[in-house]
Design a protein around this ligand. Structure first.
Ligand code: ADP
Ligand code: ADP
Ligand code: ZN
Length: 213
């Protein structure tokens, strides 16, 4: 299946996408993770993207569309994929259709995680991530077994620079302005499945599984 996980920052896209991708044996493709990888590797792409990410703005469409096009050419995406964090603008959505059409593919479904703003702020400001393996935690909602330490690899957890409260507010505004129109866009094309994103991770995973069957 060719799937997209849509939703505001902090809605649980990364958490749910990881579970769903594992359950369906399809690659989980996160543009946020790819961009952070490029920043920490110090590539030209990373240098171009960093300034936007630090401010909580979107990285320009041509940059993000370029890396997504390259990733979707890889053979492991032929059987299916789950995009997380892409598209984020209507123009990216149109490019995605064009990229898929080049290889006779088309999206099957767009899963839209619905979470109210107060909860998003709590989730984002409490998020902690493992800089080594990428595992995501929350100080209150899903803490690691040992305070401040990754369960999987023992690394010290960190707060993403863009999860500080002032940048979180900017990201939520950017979502409202630039990404929310995608909900209407995919509703019009009949691909949208909105899932209540409030509850336990497992409850939401089950709702997501129901939505794709
Ligand atoms: P979150 O999961 O909290 O919404 P992401 O990890 O998906 O955040 O994205 C982090 C940052 O990376 C975004 O704020 C933005 O700067 C950049 N980014 C990720 N995906 C895209 C995209 N499709 N278009 C533009 N910028 C993107
Ligand atoms: P996104 O990729 O949409 O930005 P994440 O999956 O990274 O969202 O989740 C944001 C934060 O909320 C993380 O700290 C994560 O542990 C936490 N989280 C994820 N799902 C839930 C949930 N169902 N209830 C409470 N917190 C959650
Ligand atoms: Zn780790």
């Amino acid at each position: 299946m060719y799937l997209v996980m849509l939703g505001p920052p902090g809605a649980g896209k990364g958490t749910q996408a990881a579970l769903l991708a594992r359950a369906r044996h399809i690659p989980h493709i996160s543009t946020g993770d790819m961009l952070r990888g490029a920043v920490s590797d110090g590539t030209d792409l990373g240098r171009a993207a960093a300034q936007y990410m630090e401010r909580g703005d979107l990285v320009p469409d041509d940059v993000v569309i370029g890396i997504t096009r390259d990733r979707l050419k890889a053979s492991d995406t032929r059987r299916g994929f789950l995009l997380d964090g892409f598209p984020r603008t209507v123009s990216q959505a149109e490019s995605l259709d064009a990229i898929l059409a080049e290889t006779d593919r088309a999206l099957h479904l767009v899963l839209n995680l619905d979470v109210a703003e107060g909860e998003l702020i709590r989730r984002l400001t409490g998020r902690r991530v493992c800089p080594k393996c990428g595992e995501t935690y929350h100080l209150v909602f899903s803490p690691p077994r040992a305070l401040g330490t990754c369960d999987c690899c023992g690394q010290d957890l960190v707060q993403r620079e863009d999860d500080k409260e002032s940048t979180v507010r900017q990201r939520l505004q950017v979502y409202q302005r630039q990404s929310k129109p995608l909900v209407e866009h995919y509703l019009q094309s009949g691909l949208l499945a909105t899932v209540d994103g409030v509850g336990t991770v497992e409850q939401i995973h089950n709702r997501v599984l129901d939505a794709i069957t």
